[in-house]
Design a protein around this ligand. Structure first.
Ligand code: HEC
Ligand code: HEC
Ligand code: HEC
Length: 132
C-alpha cells in the first residue's frame, strides 16, 4: 500500500512537471485592454471577453504568436503604440478599428455581421458605452 502511494506520488509529480513544460499560456478572463505606457485616452475603457471569443483560434487576434511562447499585449513596445495616428501598423486605434483587417475588433465584426451574425457590435457606443 505504501509503495503504491509513493509510486502514485512520483507519477503525479512527473505529470505535473511535464504539464508545466508543454502548457501554452491560458486565455485570461474578462480584462481591460492595456494602453501603451504613459498614454491617455478619450473613451471609456473596454473589457475584452475571451469567453465570448472562445470559438476562435488564438492567432485570429494574437497574430504574432508562435503558438508556444508568451502572448504579448497589443501595446507592447514596437507594436500598436501610436496614439495619434488613426491608420497604419503602429496605430493603437487601427489595431482595434481597421475596417479592412479581420484581426481588428471592428474589421472582424463587420465581416461576421455580413455573414449574418447579430451579436457582434460595430457601433461606437456598443463597445464604448459612454464617453468619459
Ligand atoms: C468592437 C468594439 C469596438 C467598437 C465598435 C469601437 N471600438 Fe474604439 N476601441 C475598442 C478597443 C478594444 C479599444 C482599445 C482599448 C480601450 O481603449 O479600452 C478602442 C479604443 C478606441 C480609441 C483610443 C483610445 C481612447 O480612448 O482614446 C478611440 C479614440 C476609439 N476607440 C474610438 C472609437 C470610435 C469613434 C468608434 C466608432 C467609430 C469605436 N471606437 C468603435 C473597441 C471598439
Ligand atoms: C478575438 C480576439 C482574441 C482571441 C481569439 C484571443 N485573444 Fe487573448 N487577448 C485579446 C485581447 C484584445 C487581449 C488584451 C491585449 C492587451 O491588453 O493589449 C488579450 C490578452 C491575452 C493575454 C494577456 C496578454 C497580456 O500580457 O496582455 C493572454 C495570455 C491571452 N490573451 C491568451 C489567449 C489565448 C491562449 C487565446 C486562445 C485560446 C486567446 N488569447 C484568444 C484578444 C483575443
Ligand atoms: C476574428 C474575429 C473577431 C475579432 C478580431 C474580435 N471579435 Fe468580438 N466577436 C466575434 C464573434 C464571432 C462574436 C460573436 C460571438 C457569439 O457568437 O456570441 C463576437 C462578439 C463580441 C462581443 C459581444 C459578446 C457578448 O457576449 O455579447 C463583444 C463585446 C466583442 N465581440 C468585442 C470585441 C472586441 C473589444 C474585440 C477586439 C479587442 C473583438 N471583439 C475582436 C469575432 C471577433
Amino acid at each position: 500500500m505504501r509503495k503504491f502511494t509513493i509510486l502514485s506520488l512520483a507519477l503525479a509529480a512527473v505529470l505535473l512537471v511535464a504539464g508545466a513544460v508543454i502548457a501554452a499560456p491560458k486565455a485570461p478572463g474578462d480584462e481591460y485592454v492595456k494602453l501603451p505606457e504613459g498614454a491617455t485616452k478619450t473613451q471609456q475603457s473596454i473589457k475584452f471577453s475571451h469567453t465570448a471569443h472562445g470559438a476562435l483560434e488564438c492567432t485570429a487576434c494574437h497574430h504574432t504568436w508562435d503558438g508556444k511562447g508568451d502572448i504579448q499585449s497589443c501595446s507592447t513596445a514596437g507594436c500598436h503604440t501610436d496614439m495619434k495616428e488613426k491608420k497604419g501598423g503602429a496605430s493603437y486605434y487601427a489595431a482595434f478599428h481597421a475596417p479592412q483587417s479581420t484581426i481588428s475588433c471592428m474589421g472582424c465584426h463587420r465581416v461576421e455581421r455580413q455573414a449574418g451574425k447579430t451579436n457582434v457590435p460595430t457601433a461606437c457606443t456598443a463597445c464604448h458605452p459612454k464617453n468619459q
